[in-house]
Design a protein around this ligand. Structure first.
Ligand SMILES: [Mg+2]
Length: 228
């Protein structure tokens, strides 16, 4: 059974937005804080975000608000606003259904894992902190095709060199969990495996697409965890 033990040397990559965390809730609380500061109305941010997201890009919500404050000569209020958002978030639970179970499962089985999140560094870092994940190893990438990024870790002998930001070391395979089809573009072949976690009843356009054959779809993390 040395072979299976060998294959078990895997590394888990978990997505943040809409996989671990409820991004709508993270946005809503941020919009509320921004409105309290009389910075920008919620509608104005939502419209700016929709314009960017229509192109398939990720909207830099934090950068948008920060720049507006600076434009109005109120730049010094940004740090305060960030702190307030993180503070208000402390009592809130932003986890998606099954996220707590996934994290417990990873810990209980001694699995190595890290968060790989796509988006603007300022906003992603702020959301990770608000949701309490800033102490989990993570990489913020501005590359939508995470599979391509993961592929770049593969050595000639097919093993993976795990980036230092995710703890370093080697892995024989990668297990990736994400809600967006595009994240799996160029994802490495077996024994690596992907789990596309997306509820067909609540699909957003940027989440849809086609995935490679070694990616299995699940409705939510609650259904996936018992299958890991
Ligand atoms: Mg996501």
């Amino acid at each position: 059974m040395t072979t299976s033990a060998h294959v078990k040397n895997e590394f888990y990559i978990v997505d943040f937005d809409w996989t671990l965390a409820d991004t709508d809730k993270l946005n809503e609380v941020f919009f509320e804080i921004v409105e309290q500061y009389h910075a920008i109305s919620r509608n104005e941010i939502v419209k700016a975000r929709e314009d960017v997201q229509r192109t398939g890009d990720s909207f830099d919500t934090a950068g948008y608000v920060r720049d507006r404050l600076y434009d109005e000569g109120r730049g010094e209020e940004w740090a305060d606003l960030e702190k307030r958002y993180i503070h208000e978030s402390r009592a809130l639970n932003y986890l998606m259904p099954g996220a707590a179970e996934l994290l417990e499962w990873l810990a209980a089985h001694g699995k190595r894992y890290g968060i790989l999140t796509y988006g603007n560094p300022l906003w992603q870092r702020l959301k990770l902190t608000a949701a309490g994940f800033n102490h989990v190893r993570h990489i913020i990438t501005e590359q939508k095709e995470k599979g391509k990024f993961v592929h770049s870790w593969q050595r000639h002998d097919e093993s993976f060199r795990i980036p230092d930001a995710l703890g370093g070391g080697s892995a024989e395979s990668i297990v990736m969990i994400d809600d967006k089809a595009v994240s799996f573009d160029h994802f490495p072949s077996e024994p690596s495996h992907g789990y596309w976690v997306l509820n067909p009843e609540h699909e957003l356009l940027p989440q849809q697409g086609t995935v490679p054959a070694n990616v299995t779809r699940y409705k939510n993390l609650l259904e996936l965890v018992p299958e890991l």
